[in-house]
Design a protein around this ligand. Structure first.
Ligand code: GDP
Length: 364
């Protein structure tokens, strides 16, 4: 399961958003999506194609892909040196695949901003500096040890030293480790460190209701410009509205969404942006037991995609039978798709496409 960590300054709306997303997720899917711990929740990845498949294939349950959200509160100025909740919280981010950085883009005189006025760029810089300092500390701790170990000369420790040296250069120039260009051996070493500034970032702009449905205001424009410059994604949400939506039943929710001009709750665009950011796609399996979405890195081959269902399937892969949701809608069922010659037989080198419906034949 893909894991995303929510960071941001205090009072920007992190908990509001986290609670809204996990509550909405629990309602939207008949699957144990819920808050696991106070700050960890698993939410479904909304995907309209699942229902399009379900319209033609009877099944016991429909299972969307899942996204694990971790609310990492407690990053304040000085977190990397142990102030506020401190380092313990930063360590929670080391394991996540992506960072959702919630940025306050709403004006509200009743909600105090920790640093005075609303200024998203200053906020982003505050948080990113803490992440940078935490990485500097990790590198400074590890480098001397790695240099000593490298004297014995094995390949791994040498790669670790050269990676750490490259990392140090970037960090000293206040550049994030996303810009590190590691050799394959160095990349392996870097991955084990879980550097915070190496994670892909999605800026989540928390806006006023007035900014909807586009979700763009002067603050958001600044964040977008920064993301464009440095290669991140942005998405706008109104956390307050999402919290209200999460408490409504389906009918009232649809009505409220329409009133503000939104087509869907924020979980959907947020999940799509996270998938884009991480270069992920989805494929489906469909049968009488379940219709299910699976997450794969773009470019995954048939065996790799099968391996997501069960590790043994990767080696045991023989071939895949593949069709598209469009084929299903055009012909009505799998039998007709096969008879029309639209069922494709794909081998080991096939690159699974986003939206493929697959049956895998394996020797497992
Ligand atoms: P956190 O410290 O980042 O987790 O922030 P919270 O989620 O606790 O929110 C801080 C305060 O801001 C709460 O009083 C929220 O009700 C309020 N808040 C959150 N999102 C919005 C929003 O979109 N608009 C407005 N006006 N207030 C919000």
């Amino acid at each position: 399961v893909i894991e995303a960590g929510i960071v941001g300054l205090p009072n920007v709306g992190k908990s509001t958003l986290f609670n809204a997303l996990t509550a909405a997720g629990a309602l939207a899917a008949n699957y144990p999506f819920a808050t696991i711990e106070p700050n960890v929740g698993v939410v479904p990845v909304p995907d309209g194609r699942l229902e399009r498949i379900h319209a033609h294939i009877a099944t016991e349950k429909v299972i969307p892909a899942a996204l694990r959200l971790v609310d990492i509160a407690g990053i304040v100025k000085g977190a990397s040196t142990g102030e506020g909740m401190g380092n313990k919280f930063l360590s929670h981010i080391r394991n996540v695949d992506a960072v959702l950085h919630v940025v306050r883009c709403f004006e509200d005189p009743d909600i105090t901003h920790v640093d005075g006025a609303v200024d998203p760029i200053r906020d982003i810089e505050t948080i990113e500096l803490e992440l940078l300092l935490a990485d500097i500390e990790a590198v400074d701790n590890a480098l001397p040890k790695a240099q000593r170990a490298a004297k014995s000369g094995d390949k791994e420790t040498k790669a670790r030293v050269s990676m750490l040296e490259k990392a140090k250069q970037l960090l000293d120039a206040e550049k994030p480790l996303r810009l590190l260009e590691p050799t394959p051996d160095e990349a392996k070493e870097a991955k084990a460190f879980g550097f915070l500034t190496a994670k892909p970032v999605l800026y989540v702009c928390n806006v006023d209701e007035e900014a909807l449905p586009e979700g763009v205001n002067e603050h958001v424009r600044k964040v977008q410009a920064r993301a464009e410059e440095r290669g991140g994604e942005t998405v706008s949400v109104c956390a307050k509205l999402e919290a209200e939506l999460a408490e409504l039943d389906e009918g009232d929710r649809a009505e409220m969404l329409e009133a503000v001009g939104l087509g869907e709750p924020a979980l959907a665009p947020l999940a799509r942006a996270a998938y884009r950011l991480l270069g992920l796609s989805s494929y489906f399996t469909a049968g009488p037991m379940e219709i299910r979405a699976w997450t794969i890195p773009a470019g995954a081959t048939g065996p790799q995609a099968a391996g997501v269902i069960h590790t043994d399937f990767e080696k045991a892969f023989i071939r895949a039978e593949v069709y598209g949701v469009d084929d299903l809608e055009a012909h009505g069922n799998e039998k007709a798709i096969r008879e029309k010659g639209k069922l494709r037989i794909e081998g080991k080198d096939y690159v699974v496409q986003d939206g493929d419906v697959c049956h895998f034949l394996t020797s497992a």
